[in-house]
Design a binder for this molecule. Structure first.
Ligand code: SF4
Ligand SMILES: [Zn+2]
Length: 328
């Protein structure tokens, strides 16, 4: 049997992030938890990554071991920024025992922490208590609550994603977070199921503009087909295509605010892709843009000649919506 000493988070890596106009070192940790309480989003496979049913004490002990591993592994490093993901929501007390929040705040005292959560778990007392333990006074906003808003359109969020909350839940949570001293990061999903490229493009233009009125940081995730998801079922039947990288570039270039984007699976058939010939340079450029915010780079990439650009233009203009009968 493997000792608990070797228990690790699902993933943990160091990288760079752009924050307030400067590049900072960032540690990203994905903790294995009791799993997302919602577990219904059509494109999500993260909720498969969870512990089987166990007592709160056993769960707390597993999380404690994972955090201890992180602290040992990065003992000689300090990170201005730490991003925390779970298999769902960091502030959901059923998924992450409240005592563990305190352990995390102490472990990363003085860092800017970005923690992903659904909006219903943003509670003023929990957030302000967490900030009190995390904050050493060196950052104006020590905590950002990162919410997978996906889109500002309630119909798309309900029908194409099955997210289980409304835009008004997001705005309420954002104002609670702000009132408690936290910032807000919004994750947007570009091209969920059932939308044409053009519909998804228009939805993202509106969503970026509207979400920016409530969130200081916006990140756009071009949709990727993950294993064991409803999205994968449709994709395998040829009823879904991930978005074009041309669309991603164009959205980022014309967005009213800086939007970061890490196109996971970029250039591969399950991820955002073009024709295969031009993908590598575009994915690389999108990642660079997230860090340097250089819109001229995006403009130059959009000028690259490739036959698939004509195809993308045609798809944007002519693709028809998914033809699903309304009755049986
Ligand atoms: S996307 Fe988030 S809220 Fe939806 S099922 Fe996955 S972990 Fe849960
Ligand atoms: Zn191409």
């Amino acid at each position: 049997m493997i000792s608990d000493e070797f228990e690790k988070p699902l993933a943990c890596w160091r990288g760079k992030e752009r924050h307030d106009g400067v590049l900072v070192d960032c540690l990203t940790v994905i903790f294995k938890t009791a799993g997302c309480s919602w577990s219904r989003c059509r494109m999500c496979s993260y909720h498969h990554e969870r512990y089987e049913r166990m007592s709160g004490d056993a769960l707390a002990s597993h999380l404690h071991n994972q955090l201890a591993w992180v602290c040992r592994e990065f003992a000689n490093e300090t990170f201005p920024m730490v991003k925390i993901f779970t298999s769902g929501s960091f502030f959901d007390p059923r998924e992450v025992p409240p005592a563990f929040l305190s352990e995390v705040a102490k472990a990363f005292h003085g860092s800017i922490l970005i923690a992903e959560t659904r909006p219903e778990y943003i509670d003023a007392d929990v957030i302000s208590g967490f900030i009190a333990e995390l904050d050493d006074g060196s950052h104006e906003t020590p905590l950002y609550c990162a919410i997978g808003l996906e889109t500002t359109n309630d119909t798309i969020r309900e029908k194409c994603i099955d997210k289980g909350f409304a835009f008004s839940d997001f705005t309420r949570a954002a104002s609670v977070a702000h009132g408690a001293g936290a910032g807000v990061k919004a994750y947007l999903l570009f091209k969920p199921l059932f939308l044409t490229e053009g519909e998804a493009f228009a939805d993202m233009q509106t969503s970026i503009e509207t979400a920016a009125q409530h969130a200081e940081i916006i990140s756009m995730n071009p949709c990727t087909v993950q294993k064991k998801t409803e999205l994968e079922y449709y994709w395998k039947r040829g009823e879904y295509r991930p978005p074009y990288l041309w669309s991603v570039l164009s959205l980022l270039k014309d967005a009213p605010v800086h939007v970061s984007c890490d196109p996971l699976g970029g250039g591969q058939k399950r991820g955002p892709h073009n024709c295969g010939k031009c993908d590598y340079d575009l994915v690389k450029g999108i990642r660079e843009y997230s860090l340097n915010a250089d819109r001229e780079l995006l403009g130059a990439l959009l000028e690259i000649e490739c036959a698939c650009k004509t195809e993308w233009d045609y798809i944007l203009a002519h693709e028809q919506p998914f033809c699903m009968p309304l009755t049986r």
